[in-house]
Design a protein around this ligand. Sequence first.
Ligand code: HEC
Length: 187
Amino acid sequence: MKYLIPAVGLAALTGCQISSETLQRMEDQSKYEYYETSEFWADGRAMRTPPEGTFAREQLVGNPGLSTGRVGAQLVSAIPVTVDKSLLLLGQKKYNIVCSQCHGVLGDGNSIVAENMGLRLPPSLLELSERPAGHFYTAINEGYGVMPSFSGELNTQERWAVVAYVRALQAARSTRPGGESLPQENR
Ligand code: HEC
């Protein structure tokens, strides 16, 4: 290797051509083409299905509402991913790990950390049900006042999952037994 660089330099200096075979090899390396078959995978397909919950980069870049929680200066009003049981369970798990120590397990702002925080108390998230979904997403993604950003702890899917779970906490708090918002069979 030590001698290779001077050798290439010398070749360039003398106007000597590097053999085209040296440069061609990367193009010729073995690779799969679209829709080709593969013996490596049990289903015989070279093209793989992306793991559940992943986003293609293009989806995010072309979809600022999903990646930033805003379209232009406007906060997105609704959660832009499918809200189902698995998303809520993910949100519950992540909320309990990342948010609950300050905002409380119920989202009401009651927590040991809150009791001992001097600077500014973590607010209850339950009173904020009128705020658009993008408000919660941007708070997680960018931080809010003295609260730091948690974008390093949570990926895009997990951030929206936490927003969905906060919505569930808000709904749980405002729902009364026998109330209209409960499904018929649970009244
Ligand atoms: C270290 C404690 C701490 C953690 C952890 C934390 N927060 Fe906060 N959060 C705060 C504090 C303190 C504020 C108020 C900041 C201010 O007003 O300057 C706040 C503010 C907010 C606000 C804005 C409230 C408003 O008045 O509109 C939202 C939304 C929020 N947090 C959501 C979350 C979510 C979701 C998580 C988890 C991903 C989280 N927070 C994690 C301490 C925390």
